[in-house]
Ligand binder design. Structure first.
Ligand SMILES: [Zn+2]
Ligand SMILES: [Zn+2]
Length: 341
């Protein structure tokens, strides 16, 4: 054993991290030790930072699930040095969802990095079944985007988007922009609705059509741009009441509306439109293994403009500042922690 302690960022509650040395944990049976390279800060991590999940994360939780890394020592069919990402889901294996083959929505799903310690530490022990191998030449900072890209791949796959269809993405945050990129990759004609002018600029730089619903009548704009038809697929990524109002107002006949955002309270939904235009509402949660494989391809093929999405990188020692900066910044999209030396 070359090293007996590692640095780990523990979340202490009250918007406070402490970075400290902890004993190097040994992997349990069935686990693989992964040396972390980069770990992205997720909206969920920010939610914890705002004190919304105290009961779930406790008082010493190591956060982080949007990671890239290398196998630390040979184990469970993996070789030291292989580049990997973790699909951070651990399922029970025996519930109605698991028995139906939907392990990603297991009734007692554990989300690694929230329900267990995560990747904001130098070495992370994870169940072998959560690993996906990466090609040797992938950039490790880019690879930290695979988890959120897999979210987008799952959302687009479940939307049944066909090439040539009109797509509206409501909300241009980190997940919205990735959904837009994956939908464009699938042949969709994508328009993004976003209120933040800094983000609108980034979307335009990425070649997307954009609408600011504060300045324009969003449904009227969508109708004008689609020959009065509406959007065939609508992704609600804003998590706001105006977003929910727009999702039905902008939808074409028989459109699929994909609920990507997590709405903390119950929004008012115009159910009449579901009758009138035979709309479909599609629920989506995390991802399945095939979404991870697709996300790896999106990253390696350049289907996702990773350099534009990654707006900030900070070392693990500066995690406190990184969270504070991301929280305060109107321009940031994805902020990465560089965990490895
Ligand atoms: Zn995430
Ligand atoms: Zn289960």
């Amino acid at each position: 054993m070359s090293q007996s302690t590692i640095s780990a960022a523990q979340y202490r509650g009250d918007k406070t991290f402490t970075v400290q040395s902890v004993p190097l944990p040994s992997p349990a049976k069935g686990e693989v030790a992964v040396r972390i390279a980069y770990c992205g800060i997720c909206g969920t991590d920010m939610h914890v930072f705002h004190g919304n999940m105290d009961a779930r994360v406790g008082f010493t939780r190591v956060l982080g699930h949007e990671m890239s890394g290398t196998v630390e020592q040979d184990a469970e069919g993996y070789k030291k040095g292989q580049k990997v990402v973790v699909r951070p889901l651990d399922h029970c294996g025996d519930c109605p969802a698991c028995n139906a083959g939907h392990q990603h929505i297991c009734h007692s799903l554990k989300f690694l990095g929230l329900d267990t310690d995560g990747a904001m530490q130098e070495v992370w022990n994870v169940p072998a079944h959560t690993l996906h191998l990466l090609p040797d030449d992938i950039r490790m900072d880019h690879a930290a985007l695979i988890e959120p890209v897999a979210v987008a791949c799952h959302d687009v796959r479940l939307s049944s988007l066909q090439a040539g269809e009109d797509v509206l993405v409501i909300g241009g945050g980190p997940i919205g922009v990735l959904v837009a990129m994956v939908a464009r990759g699938a042949g969709g004609k994508v328009v993004i609705s976003e209120v933040n002018p800094h983000r609108l600029k980034i979307m335009q730089k990425l070649g997307f059509e954009t609408i600011n619903p504060v300045e324009a009548d969003l449904p009227a704009e969508i109708m004008a741009r689609t020959g009065n038809k509406g959007a065939d697929v609508v992704f609600e990524v804003s998590g706001t009441q105006p977003g929910v109002d727009a999702m039905t107002a902008c939808a074409a006949t028989r459109a699929r509306i994909v609920m990507v955002a997590i709405h903390a309270s119950k929004p008012a939904v115009d159910m009449f439109q579901f009758f009138w235009r035979e709309l479909q509402l599609v629920g989506v949660r995390v991802y399945e293994p095939e979404d991870y494989e697709k996300a790896i391809t999106m990253i390696t093929s350049g289907g996702v403009d990773a350099d534009t999405v990654i707006t900030d990188v900070a070392p693990l020692a500066d995690i406190q500042k990184a969270f504070e900066n991301l929280d305060a910044s109107p321009t940031a999209l994805k902020s990465l922690i560089k965990v490895g030396a």
